[in-house]
Every structure is written in C-alpha cells, then in structure tokens.
Design a protein around this ligand. Structure first.
Ligand SMILES: C[S@@+](CC[C@H](N)C(=O)[O-])C[C@H]1O[C@@H](n2cnc3c(N)ncnc32)[C@H](O)[C@@H]1O
Length: 226
C-alpha cells in the first residue's frame, strides 16, 4: 500500500465509468504547442515557488499531469527537489524527459497512482490536470492525492473557474472535455477531500491563441490535514 494512511480513494470508485476517449490523443497531438499557447505562467510559477519553499531540499514531489515538464517540474528540480512527474500522454512524457532530464517521469493515468507504488510523496502539484476529469471523479482524485501525501504535505492545485462538467471544448485543433467549479464550491470540494487551504490566487489569463478562450485561473495552496 503506497499511502501513509491507507486511504485508497479509487477502490470505491466504479472504474468502468472512467472514459478517457479522445483525451490522451488530444494531448499527444498538442505536444509542445501547449507551451506556445500558454506562455507567461506567473500564477503557476508563484504556486510552484510556494510549494518548493514548504519543503526541505531533496523532498520527493509528485507532479500530476506534468505536461511538457515546463515550468513546474523544471522549477522544482531547480529548487533542489526530487520530482516524479506522471502524465497519461506518451508524447508529453517524452517531451518532459527531454526538457527536465533530472526528473523522473512515468506514463500513467492518475487513477493508477494508488496501485503504482510510486508514493508516498512529501508534496504534490496538479496544475490544470484534474480539470480534465468528469466532476464525479475530481473529489476521488483529490482524496487519492491526500492518500499519496505525507501528513501535512503541501499540494499546489491549479484549476480554471468554470461551472461545467465533462464539457467538450475546442482546444488547439482538438476537442477536450473539461470540468470545473465556481470558486466557493472548489474550496469546499478541496476541504472535503481532507485539505486545508493556506492560500489562494486567481488570474485572468488570455492564451496566445484565438483557438483557446480566455479563462480565470485559480491556484490553491493546500496542505494535507493529518
Ligand atoms: C492542461 S495540461 C497542463 C500541463 C501542466 N500541468 C502545466 O500546467 O503546464 C493537462 C495535462 O494533464 C494530463 N492529464 C490529463 N488527464 C490525465 C490523467 N487522467 N492522468 C494523467 N495525466 C493526465 C494531460 O496529458 C496534460 O499533459
């Protein structure tokens, strides 16, 4: 068992409902165009810096849905941490390994983290990866992350403020399904999963592409309640 408290959130989740159809393919096709369209990630790097500062150098940090490894895995490695990135897209994992050779990356669905044997972790980030899940799964994924973290461990979470569930949107020539909450509900979902919220920032973000709509990004600096 990889968690410190034995919590296995996905054990009670009906995995037959998990449908990633089109999601992996979309991110494989998007590859490093993602970084061209989402430059200037001040909010994300500030949240990554908060996380890095919470932990002594050499801590093991999980980056869930690591994308290209930039900026987050690279930033955490530069801060002296041991980074384990996971992403379900083989292309993203390949790009991450090239971008951040000193981190460890695994092609893995986040729903397989509990059985993956990688944890426990001192800290974790999940920037814009949980929003790719249907709403019914987001609390499960957060409880899973609670179980993967050591007590008191920090979690830096990035979401987009939107009242949608598994909603298809055009994204860089592909269609992806996204979910989100308005911020009060997001805070509640995070607290209900066993985290306290130590800080919050939100940013209006205009991607460098007419194919992606402007969005409100929310960053929550969280800590696993024991
Ligand atoms: C919007 S991108 C964000 C990338 C990176 N975290 C960042 O903020 O720069 C979302 C990433 O999460 C990955 N992802 C989405 N759902 C996932 C899942 N169920 N398991 C693992 N990775 C997932 C995608 O492949 C993609 O690389």
């Amino acid at each position: 068992m990889s968690s410190t408290d034995g919590q296995q959130a996905y054990a009670d989740y009906d995995r037959t409902t998990i449908d990633r159809t089109g999601q992996v393919e979309a991110f494989d096709a998007i590859g490093d165009r993602y970084d061209e369209v989402f430059p200037h990630k001040e909010g994300q790097t500030a949240a990554g810096a908060w996380l890095a500062e919470q932990l002594p150098a050499g801590s093991r940090v999980l980056d869930v849905g690591c994308g290209t490894g930039v900026p987050t895995a690279r930033q955490l490695v530069a801060a002296g941490h041991r980074v384990v990135g996971i992403d379900f897209s083989p292309t993203m994992v390949k790009i991450s390994r090239e971008n951040v050779p000193d981190a460890e990356f695994h092609q893995m669905d986040l729903a397989d983290l509990e059985s993956g044997g990688l944890g426990p972790f001192d800290g974790a980030t999940a920037f814009f990866s949980l929003l790719m899940l249907p709403r019914a799964e987001i609390p499960v994924a957060l409880r899973m992350l609670h179980g993967q973290l050591k007590p008191g461990g920090p979690l830096a979470l990035g979401m987009v403020e939107a009242d949608v569930d598994d909603f298809g949107i055009p994204f860089l020539g592909n269609t992806i399904r996204v979910s989100g909450y308005l911020r009060d509900e997001l805070r509640q979902v995070v607290r209900d999963a066993g985290f306290e919220i130590a800080g919050e920032e939100s940013f209006a973000y205009a991607p460098a592409s007419t194919d992606v709509s402007p969005e409100i990004q929310i960053f929550l600096n969280c800590r696993r309640r024991p």
